[in-house]
Ligand binder design. Structure first.
Ligand code: A2R
Length: 310
């Protein structure tokens, strides 16, 4: 199998390259001219806003599966730069789909990577969230990802293209930005251990329950969906078992090498934190056999060791 990963310089891209390599795939990967990619793959530069550059790349690489990871993926940035977020996440995706359509690459599968954030302000009692649950995005990033998925469904239906839509819930692991909670706690602990910070960890709402999956499990799901997903179908990717943020804190602290005080920081509390977000992952399990295998304890320990070693 041959893959083209668009937007491979980010957090998930490197893991996906390794996953596909290990399964014997040939991998082509793109990044912006200002970025670089490490891993066993052929690297191309591509800005998805330059549509005319996409078609020659598809011709040159002739992939069986395109993984579309390129995005403006930060919720915080999406509030500050809504036009840019919509441009990259919506127009950029349309550019990729149009290039595939025009190239008449009907047999090329494309995975559009969306987000569990698309469900947004969920109804009470609606967890676990099935893929047919209404989308009610609560931020600009989530709205653009919901739009990406809807456009994907339209292209799949109208042009019979082989498109698979993914709604990935929280994923984490070594090298993730510390704006995300597991990485944030682990980074703080590592900095305390190195004497860079007083022995106090700042935390937000610890009672909210969220669903976390190791990024290495997530990219295995992406590989399997590339191989076995049903065309035109939306898949939740997650563990299917939410835990309170308190569990992450307790686990991370259990690995700490010295006593650490916990301090609630009002700046980290969100006004409208939804108490529970948990996906129903029975569809991906039924169609691909996938389920999350790596324990949260392992993810947290590996992430802490990452921060200790940089
Ligand atoms: O924003 P940058 O400079 O970090 O670059 C990101 C890149 N990217 C683009 N690539 C091609 N053309 C563009 N116009 C463009 N704008 C941004 O896509 C970054 O290198 C990559 C996305 O990687 P991350 O932001 O690290 O996302 P991550 O965690 O790897 O997630 C992969 C996908 C994204 O679509 C998320 O929204 C979704 O999974 O959850």
């Amino acid at each position: 199998m041959k893959a083209l990963i668009i937007g491979a310089a980010g957090f998930v891209g490197g893991y996906l390259i390794r996953e596909l390599n290990a399964a014997g795939w040939e991998v082509h990967a793109t990044c912006l001219p200002c970025e670089s990619i490490s891993g066993d793959c052929t690297v191309h530069t591509l800005d998805i806003l330059r549509k005319d550059d996409i078609t020659p790349l598809l011709d040159e690489t002739a992939p069986d599966v395109v993984y579309h990871l390129a995005a403006q993926s930060s919720v915080a940035v999406s509030w500050k730069k809504p036009q840019l977020t919509a441009e990259i996440n919506v127009i950029g995706t349309i550019n990729v789909l149009e290039a595939l359509r025009e190239a008449k690459k009907q047999d090329t599968r494309i995975l559009l990577i969306g987000s569990g954030e698309e469900y947004g302000y969920i109804r009470e009692g609606s967890c676990p969230l099935g893929e047919s649950e209404p989308l009610n995005p609560g931020n600009i990033y989530a709205a653009t990802k919901a739009c990406q998925g809807m456009i994907g469904e339209i292209y799949a239906r109208a042009y019979k293209m082989d498109i698979v839509m993914v709604r990935a819930f929280n994923h984490s692991g070594p090298a993730q930005s510390s704006i995300f909670v597991i990485s944030d706690f682990c980074r703080q602990i590592a900095e305390i251990e190195k004497g860079m910070k007083e022995p106090v960890i700042s935390v937000g709402n610890l009672s909210a329950k969220r669903d976390f999956t190791d990024v290495r499990d997530v990219v295995r799901a992406y590989r399997l969906l590339g191989e076995k997903g049903r065309k035109g179908t939306v898949y939740n990717v997650g563990r299917g078992r939410a835990v309170p943020i308190q569990f992450i804190l307790d686990t991370a602290l259990s690995f700490a090498r010295l006593p650490i005080e916990v301090k609630q920081d009002p700046g980290r509390m969100r006004a409208s934190d939804i108490p529970l977000i948990e996906p129903d992952v029975s569809r991906i399990a039924a169609d691909t056999g996938w389920s999350a295998q790596i324990t949260m304890e392992q993810t947290i320990e590996d992430t802490l060791n990452y921060w200790r070693n940089i």
